[in-house]
Design a protein around this ligand. Sequence first.
Ligand SMILES: [Zn+2]
Length: 198
Amino acid sequence: MENLSIEKNVKGYNGNNNFILSLKDGLEKYGRLTEKQLNAASNFFTKLNNRNSEFIKSVINPTQKNVNVNIKVGNYIAKTISSDNNLTFTPFLMTISKVLRVTEKAYRVVGKMNTSDVSSCRLCGRDLKDWRSHVTGIGPVCSKNLGIPYVRKKEDVDTYKKQVKEKIDKIGDLTFWIPKSQIKEGYDELENQIKNAG
Ligand SMILES: [Zn+2]
């Protein structure tokens, strides 16, 4: 980056990076930056521009990849999905079917609540304790939130699972942003499938 354009970037900077803000002050006061400051600012703006163009690329060229991955999401995202979609529970286990966008730190995905066998409660992410939770993938409290009477005996299981599936199908596909750091399980698999989806 040329010195003039670095100074122009510093003068026009209105972000909240303290270092660049201090250079901006210095530049206004003394009219120039030292060689060292110019280098540091140049690195900063080069990185910032790369990040911005990555983001713009991802917006212009939506990724749109078909995948089939089960993920477990973090508490924060489960709650966000829940409130964004007016659900009476928090969906922790999701089956992702499409990746719409990829940025450095997040994905925009389409997913549905997981209906396959799971090892933790699909509605709160907690460990499953008794046989009912194990066969249904839902604990008793979450079942209540879902609005489906819980299984009492083995014979109820099939009907119960059918009701859950109907409910989940009715909720259908959910579209949401998920920060990579909020994917607690299934991250590697998702990355792999995105790469191999071509
Ligand atoms: Zn639960």
